[in-house]
Design a protein around this ligand. Structure first.
Ligand code: BGC
Length: 546
């Protein structure tokens, strides 16, 4: 692998999905690896280059698989280790890389480690696989994350006669990283999946690994030390694999997950995402300019992962109270749309199913600095179901066609793992892949086009960013540059027509200009500011060439 290929994740387009709800090949009502294998052609045609799979391990599924009961087994509903191996091979044959989950902060209460810990003598290494206490008053500065479901991070265990620590649901005890056997066990799980050919691992809830009195028990130096150990272990044995941090933090606390190029190569940019929605709501560029300007550039081997939506609520923990109020009022007017400190809705309903705003959001996702991560179904504008509990409403089956169960499963008269969306606007009868694949003007066609254009221009994945001075606060203007490739992005955040005069760098005078998304030549750059008129929510990618 060349040094350039080792940085493959900088050019990647990641697509997030759950095997459970993607495609059901054996007709039992639950998605499976064989079903997913059958959809790889679709994913390759869409243009994505990497699949991120939500947890598919043995689990009681009380947190959709983030409650792992056995790290090295595949949930029987989805297949076997053998079917997983066939999937990885088929994905690679389709030029798709694979990122899986390493849920290392906690396990399910059903995990054999926890069952053994409860019975083991206090103070023993087996007991100390988890974090125990005689009182529930320790680490009081740590926030409760799932605050709609839990009021404390401690839970009493009558069998052990002690409290155990959990940052998420009470059925998810936290592992104790002060125990060297835990650290060794986690490294073994990491190698197990790297040995099965996965190209990357998303480190779930990675900011919470350690606890220390008098701190928020997040982002502790011990966590970073362990991440350096993981990274070194991975690099020693496996070339070109990537660690992706899920650390939902403000920029100064997120950046350290890159270390000095010796921790995770990627980290989700949590503060950017809500500010895209804020910019759309306020019809102004400032929230985006402000957060990117405040985000230090990652070390050379590292990259932000950008996203609009994912399988969780749209988290608002990295915004100010005032910003949160604006976002909740605009995007979650119905209290059923709120969950913990976020909003449990999918992209299309959040943006009122407004095609222009949905396309603009994607044009920003694909042009701001970082690797874009798409959430399955957003490419066709899937909706959500507020009747379902927790985050299930935005995790419903992929809508393939207007057939039975939206083409997700042939199961008749059996309960599906989750019901497909069936309402008049977003139901599978109206919103599905088959219909959009036939229509050159569909959202699916637009998203595929954006992906194709992005893939032709490495400046988007690897280039620098510079915001350009402009005279209209509704319009976001920045330039992405890599070697000879210069692309000026001009985005109108307003619902009205806007005119903007952009101060392009002096060196661009006389350059020819092509709008890349529509592949259309537009007037060349003159000597004065470059004038552009944009329709409501229009976004142009202007390639400049001498
Ligand atoms: C995952 C959630 C999960 C939580 C606890 C997260 O950060 O994205 O879906 O509920 O970790 O495992």
């Amino acid at each position: 692998m060349s040094a350039r290929d080792a940085l493959w994740y900088k050019d990647a387009i990641i697509y997030e999905l759950h095997v459970k709800t993607y495609a059901d090949a054996n007709g039992d009502g639950v998605g499976d690896f064989d079903g997913l294998i059958g959809k790889l052609g679709y994913l390759q045609r869409l243009g994505v280059t990497c699949l991120w799979l939500l947890p598919f391990y043995e689990s009681p599924r009380r947190d959709d698989g983030y409650d792992v009961a056995h790290y090295e087994r595949v949930h029987a509903d989805y297949g076997t280790l053998e079917s997983f191996a066939r999937f990885v091979e088929a994905a690679h044959d389709h030029q798709l890389q694979v990122i899986t989950e390493l849920v290392i902060n906690h396990t399910s209460g059903q995990h054999p480690w926890f069952k053994a810990a409860r019975l083991a003598p206090p103070g023993s290494s087996k007991r100390n696989f988890y974090v125990w206490s005689d009182t529930d008053q320790r680490y009081r500065d740590a926030r409760v994350i799932f605050r709609d479901a839990e009021s404390s991070n401690w839970e009493w265990d009558p069998l052990a006669g002690a409290f155990y620590w959990h940052r998420f649901f009470r059925h998810q005890p936290d592992l104790n990283y002060d125990n060297p056997r835990v650290r060794r066990a986690v490294l073994k799980v990491m190698r197990f999946w790297l040995d099965r050919g996965v190209d990357g691992l998303r480190l779930d809830a990675v900011s919470h690994l350690y606890e220390r009195e008098g701190t928020r028990c997040e982002n502790l130096p011990e966590t970073h030390a362990f991440l350096k150990e993981m990274r070194a272990d991975m690099d020693r044995r496996y070339a070109g694999r990537v660690l992706l941090a899920e650390a939902n933090q403000w920029p100064p606390d997120e950046q350290p997950y890159f270390g000095n190029d010796d921790e995770c190569q990627m980290a989700f940019h949590f503060p950017l995402m809500p500010r895209v929605f804020l910019a759309l709501e306020r019809e102004e560029a400032l929230p985006i300019v402000d957060i990117i300007t405040r985000t230090p550039a990652p070390p050379p081997g590292c990259q932000w992962a950008l996203f609009l939506r994912n399988h969780d609520e749209l988290t608002l923990s990295a915004v100010t109270d005032e910003e949160r109020d604006v976002l909740v009022e605009a995007y979650a007017p119905d209290p059923r749309m709120r969950l913990n400190s976020g909003i449990r809705r999918r992209l299309a309903p959040l943006l009122n199913n407004d095609r222009r705003r949905i396309e603009l959001a994607h044009a920003l996702l694909f042009s701001l600095p970082g690797t874009p991560v798409l959430y399955y179904g957003d490419e066709i504008g899937m909706g959500d179901n507020l009747q379902l509990s927790d985050r299930d409403g935005l995790r419903t089956p992929m809508q393939w066609s207007d057939d039975l169960n939206g083409g997700f499963s042939g199961a008749r008269g059996r309960r599906l793992v989750l019901p497909p969306i069936d309402d008049a606007v977003y139901g599978y009868q109206a919103v599905n892949v088959a219909r959009q694949a036939r229509d050159p003007d569909s959202l699916l066609a637009s998203i595929s086009r954006l992906i194709a254009v992005r893939r032709r221009h490495p400046a988007f994945g690897r280039g620098s960013i510079e915001f350009l001075p402009c005279n209209n606060p509704h319009v976001l203007t920045f330039v992405r540059r890599l070697e000879g490739d210069t692309i000026v992005v001009v985005a109108n955040l307003a619902a009205s027509i806007q005119f903007v005069a952009i101060d392009l760098p002096a060196a661009s005078a006389g350059a020819a200009v092509v709008e890349l998304i529509d592949d259309t030549p537009v007037p060349p750059v003159g000597s004065s500011p470059y004038g552009v008129t944009l329709g409501p929510h229009a976004c142009y990618w202007l390639a400049l060439s001498a």
